[in-house]
Design a protein around this ligand. Structure first.
Ligand code: PHE
Length: 344
């Protein structure tokens, strides 16, 4: 190859050269521009070309060298940059991003536990609407028309689009009893959890919205003793307490009716405080379903009998989780809710 051909093939070589790492760029520099590199050799040889060729070959040689130097500069700059960014974004020692786990609401925790307990003894879950008609919330449950619970002070009335105002926000889950009894034939064994509404002043201890769980058991020959045993079983499973007592009470839809107290004990100051010094904690209302209620749902009271009970969930949640103010249950402040993550 004469000098001119060498320049020609070098030009092609340089044109097609690439470097994809800093190392390759450095190899290129050593091969062409290094102290024993291709250009060094060519400049040596250049000394031997004839004087009249020197001018054009010299110019070509200098241009090629300049372009090789420019390539090296360019590769090093861009590769340096990309390697730098790769280093700054890819830290393999960094812990992975954690998923934010949701938390179960304290009311849901209590509700789920109670459902589980009754599931174990053959109860299934029933539901009804929160906007309820007067029949299901009151009349079918044996509330006389002038009963004070229908009073404006307790009940939120809902205006119906057709003008009648006999719709209410249900004041208790007992309305679901009526729905179940009119849809199912005995034996009936259901619990009905849900939100209920009462027109009461909101404070740290009471709210106009709260949650109840209703229980209903109807079959042939169901007795008061069956009710007591069922509630004793529940108290043991849910509160971990084995002693309950039934105090006579009154509900329009049960006869006889009772309040259920659980013996909580008086072992420490907290027990003293939550039982007001008595050791007993009132947990729910209950009773034998009034024959008039069975009749209004077309269940023969001569053949069937049953019991019902209803308990609020807020008080249990507040005791269990030491929630000082009932309003926290409804505010959905994330800082409050997050604390129940561990309960999942
Ligand atoms: N519905 C009653 C209340 O709201 C509770 C209850 C339910 C009592 C079932 C007896 C039977 O207080």
């Amino acid at each position: 190859m004469n000098f001119s051909e060498k320049l020609q093939s070098l030009m092609l070589e340089l044109d097609s050269a690439t470097a994809s790492t800093l190392d390759e760029a450095e190899q290129f520099r050593i091969k062409y521009l290094g102290s024993k590199g291709v250009f060094k050799e060519l400049f040596e040889e250049f000394k031997t070309v004839s004087a009249d060729e020197k001018r054009s070959f010299g110019k070509q040689l200098n241009q090629l060298k300049a372009s090789a130097e420019a390539s090296v500069e360019k590769w090093k700059a861009s590769l340096n940059n990309s390697e730098l960014t790769a280093v700054s974004t890819l830290d393999l020692t960094r812990p992975g991003a954690l998923f934010e786990l949701g938390a179960e609401h304290p009311i849901s925790i209590i509700k789920r536990e109670i459902i589980d307990i009754f599931h174990g003894i053959g109860f299934s879950v029933a539901e009804g609407p929160e906007i309820e008609d007067d029949w299901h919330n009151f009349s079918a449950l044996n509330f006389p028309p002038e009963h004070p619970a229908r009073d404006m002070q307790d009940t939120f009335f809902v205006k119906n689009p057709n003008g009648s105002d006999d719709y209410v926000l249900r004041t208790h889950t007992s309305s679901v009893q009526v729905r179940v009894m009119s849809e199912q034939k005995p034996p009936i064994r259901v619990i009905a959890p849900g939100r209920v509404f009462r027109n009461e002043a909101v404070s740290a201890r009471s709210h106009c919205i709260f949650h109840q769980i209703e229980g209903l058991y109807i079959d042939e020959g169901v007795t008061f003793a069956d009710m007591k045993q069922t509630l004793e079983y529940f108290a043991k499973e849910f509160f971990g307490k084995s002693k309950i007592r039934l105090r006579p009470s009154y509900f329009p839809f049960t006869e006889p009716s009772a309040e259920v107290d659980v013996y909580w004990g008086l072992e420490n100051e907290l027990d003293y405080r939550i039982t007001k010094g008595t050791g007993w904690l009132e947990v729910m209302g209950c009773g034998m379903v009034d024959p008039a209620v069975l009749e209004s749902s077309n269940i023969d009271p001569e053949k069937y009998s049953g019991f019902a009970f209803g308990m609020g969930l807020e008080r249990s949640a507040m005791q269990r989780f030491q929630i000082p103010d009932i309003r926290m249950i409804f505010e959905n402040d994330v800082r409050f809710l997050k604390q129940f993550q561990s309960a999942l």
